[in-house]
Every structure is written in structure tokens, then in C-alpha cells.
Design a protein around this ligand. Structure first.
Ligand SMILES: Cc1cc2nc3c(=O)[nH]c(=O)nc-3n(C[C@H](O)[C@H](O)[C@H](O)COP(=O)(O)O)c2cc1C
Length: 354
């Protein structure tokens, strides 16, 4: 039996394997409501054998959307639409989490395949953005520096969305504190130049994330796991480094976070040395220093490579993004390559690789 197809227990949940679907924005919703596209995207991959699927960055408030087409969890219409999807995923024997997000200064942008890029103007459905300070992401409109009241509202916004995530049937909540979105903007000295209790020292910069984790943990059932996605490095001098982020991860563990999902970058434009498994050493470092359960992600493409990440002790689970866009049945194929017998959906049994 490979490690990739060994179950993983987190609180009251047992995930059937360690090949998980990475959160991937589909930029295909209207008013934050997931639709047939999201059902098919997640449903196909649940049937394809992923043990846990993380639904895309899901805005906790409308102004926290990356693009006007992002999904959300700020109202009950969205809860009902998500419920249909979580039920289908559960019928396939998989679990499903939601990545709760606020894009901060990177909100209100055109989706990637739009012929124009940058900030969406109000006339086209855009909105004014918020950030820890008024510094703009290069090429985007400048955000307004958040008032103390606006900062204080954030943990409650995430907690309210977590309550709705539970009502929608999600098994896991992941806080998006990576890729240059709001919680990451507060964490990094490059984007947080506040002079109040939420800026300056590492402890102050981590305060909003810790308070958000506390608020979400209180609103999210004890038996359900809480994940946080971090960027282990900003890939820029003066930015966050893996050991800084590992220290935050360790503290998150003391605040009820069960797993850290280790990505990198996204805060500021930077040269990223992308190569096979390039973020795995960061996952290993965070795992070593924090003692937490860790997921690795990024250019892990083959079954053998994913298995090696686990055998090496760099991570406890592997998230697949683009490989899962190319092959929704990546885990079923991987099981065959590793010599593991896994259940196929009965409807597809005649196509099983034996
Ligand atoms: C289409 C697309 C959408 C993405 N959306 C998100 C997202 O919503 N949240 C997030 O944390 N990462 C997002 N990512 C990053 C992936 O989760 C993953 O970390 C990245 O693609 C590297 O893994 P891979 O090499 O397996 O694709 C996205 C990636 C892609 C390709």
C-alpha cells in the first residue's frame, strides 16, 4: 500500500487518501452563487478519486472577491447552492472543504481570460478595495487603508462565513492567508506598514490572522478540521521567509488550526524559481518547525513524485491543481501506477485500469 492512498484522520474526519484537489478559482459565478460549472468541476474530481476537494477562494464579503465572478458565502442563496455540490461530493465518498477568502487590495480585478486586465471600474461592476495600508499592488487601483473598525470586522466576517460553510455541508474550512490576499497583506512587512496593534512587529502583523482563526474556530464545529494556506516566502528581499511563516504556523496550531497548506508568493511581483516540486522544501520546513500536519502543493505532477513527498516526510498530503485540470481522474490513475486497489464509481467500473 502506498502512503498516497493511506487514510488521514483529522479531528472527527477520516480522509480516504492523501491526494487532494487544490483550490482553484473558476471565475464563473454570478452574485457569488456557485452553479452547474462548479458542480461539474468539483463533482467530476470527486468521482475521479480525490479524497478531499478544496473549493476555490470563496469570498466572505462581496468586496472580498478577487473578481466580480468569484463565489461567496455571505448569504443564504449561496449556502443552498453550495449544499447541492457538497451533497454530490459526499455521494462519491469524498470530503469537501471551502477556502474562505478576502482579497483585500487584490480585489475587484478582471478574471484571467478577460481581454483587459487590472482593476475593474465601478461602471463594470467593480468596487473600491481595502488594504492594511494605501499601497497598491502594481497595476491595480490603490486600496483605502482600513480603519480600526474595518480591521475589527474581519474575524467576524470569516466566522459568519464559516457558520454558513457548516450549513452548506462543508467538512473543512481553509483560511486563505496566502498569495497576497488580505490576511497575507497583514502578515508581510512589505504590504503592512500600519502603526497600530496590527502592524510593525511580527506578532502584530500576525494578529489579524490569529484573531480570525480564533473567531472561525469558535464558529466551526469542534469535530471539523481548520486549515490555513500560507505563502512560505514572498520571494523578495525584505519579505516573509519560511522560518517567519513557520513561527506563525506554530502559533496557529495553538489556536486550533489543524493543517497548514504551504504555498508561496503572490504578494508582490517577483521572480519565482518554478520547477518540479519547488514548494515542497518549504512545506518540509514548516512541518519541521511547527510540528503541524502539512500539505504540499506546486508542480507535483506524477504519482511517483507525490508518493515521494510523503515518503520523505516533507508533508502529510499533496494537493494537485493543474494536473487535476488536465486529468479529473488523477487519483484513480495514480492508484494504478502505485499498485493500489481503490474503488471506482460503479458507473465507471468497466473503464477501470486493472
Ligand atoms: C486556475 C487556477 C486557479 C487557482 N485559484 C486558486 C485559489 O482560488 N486559491 C488558492 O489558494 N490557489 C489557487 N490557485 C493555485 C493552486 O491552488 C495551486 O497552489 C497552484 O496551481 C500550484 O499547484 P499545481 O502546480 O498543482 O497547479 C489556482 C491555480 C489555478 C491553476
Amino acid at each position: 500500500m502506498s502512503l498516497l492512498f493511506e487514510p488521514l484522520r483529522l479531528r472527527d474526519l477520516t480522509v480516504t487518501n492523501r491526494a487532494w484537489l487544490a483550490p482553484m478559482c473558476q471565475y464563473s459565478a454570478v452574485d457569488g452563487v456557485p452553479n452547474e460549472w462548479h458542480l461539474v468541476h468539483l463533482g467530476a474530481r470527486a468521482a475521479g478519486g480525490f479524497g478531499l476537494l478544496l473549493a476555490e477562494a470563496t469570498a466572505v464579503v462581496p468586496e472580498g472577491r478577487i473578481s466580480p465572478q468569484d463565489v461567496g458565502l455571505w448569504d443564504d442563496v449561496q449556502v443552498a447552492a453550495w449544499r447541492r455540490i457538497t451533497e454530490f461530493v459526499h455521494e462519491q465518498g469524498a470530503l469537501v472543504g471551502v477556502q474562505l477568502a478576502h482579497a483585500g487590495r487584490k480585489a475587484s480585478t478582471y478574471r484571467p481570460w478577460s481581454p483587459v486586465q487590472g482593476s475593474v471600474p465601478a461602471a463594470e461592476g467593480g468596487w473600491p478595495t481595502l488594504g492594511p495600508t494605501g499601497l497598491a499592488f502594481p497595476g491595480y487601483a490603490a486600496p483605502a487603508a482600513m480603519t480600526p473598525e474595518q480591521v475589527a470586522a474581519v474575524p467576524e466576517q470569516f466566522a459568519a462565513a464559516a457558520g454558513r460553510a457548516h450549513a452548506a455541508g462543508f467538512d473543512v474550512v481553509e483560511l486563505h492567508a496566502a498569495h497576497g490576499y488580505l490576511l497575507h497583506q497583514f502578515l508581510s512587512p512589505l504590504t503592512n506598514q500600519r502603526t497600530d496593534g496590527y502592524g510593525g512587529t511580527p506578532g502584530n502583523r500576525a494578529r489579524l490572522l490569529i484573531e480570525t482563526a480564533d473567531a472561525v474556530r469558535a464558529a466551526w464545529p469542534d469535530g471539523k478540521p481548520l486549515f490555513v494556506r500560507v505563502s512560505a516566502t514572498d520571494w523578495t528581499t525584505g519579505g516573509l521567509e519560511p522560518d517567519d511563516v513557520a513561527a506563525v504556523a506554530k502559533e496557529l496550531g495553538a489556536h486550533g488550526v489543524d493543517l497548514v497548506d504551504v504555498s508561496t508568493g503572490g504578494l508582490v511581483p517577483a521572480e519565482v524559481p518554478a520547477a518540479p516540486g519547488y514548494q515542497v522544501p518549504h512545506a518540509r520546513r514548516v512541518r519541521q518547525l511547527s510540528g503541524l500536519v502539512v500539505a504540499a502543493v506546486g508542480l507535483v505532477t506524477s504519482a511517483e513524485q507525490a508518493e515521494q513527498v510523503l515518503v520523505d516526510g516533507a508533508a502529510d498530503a499533496v494537493l494537485l491543481g493543474r494536473p487535476a485540470l488536465r486529468d479529473p481522474h488523477w487519483p484513480l490513475r495514480a492508484a494504478r501506477e502505485l499498485g493500489d486497489a481503490v474503488a471506482w464509481p460503479p458507473q465507471y467500473q468497466r473503464g477501470a485500469w486493472r
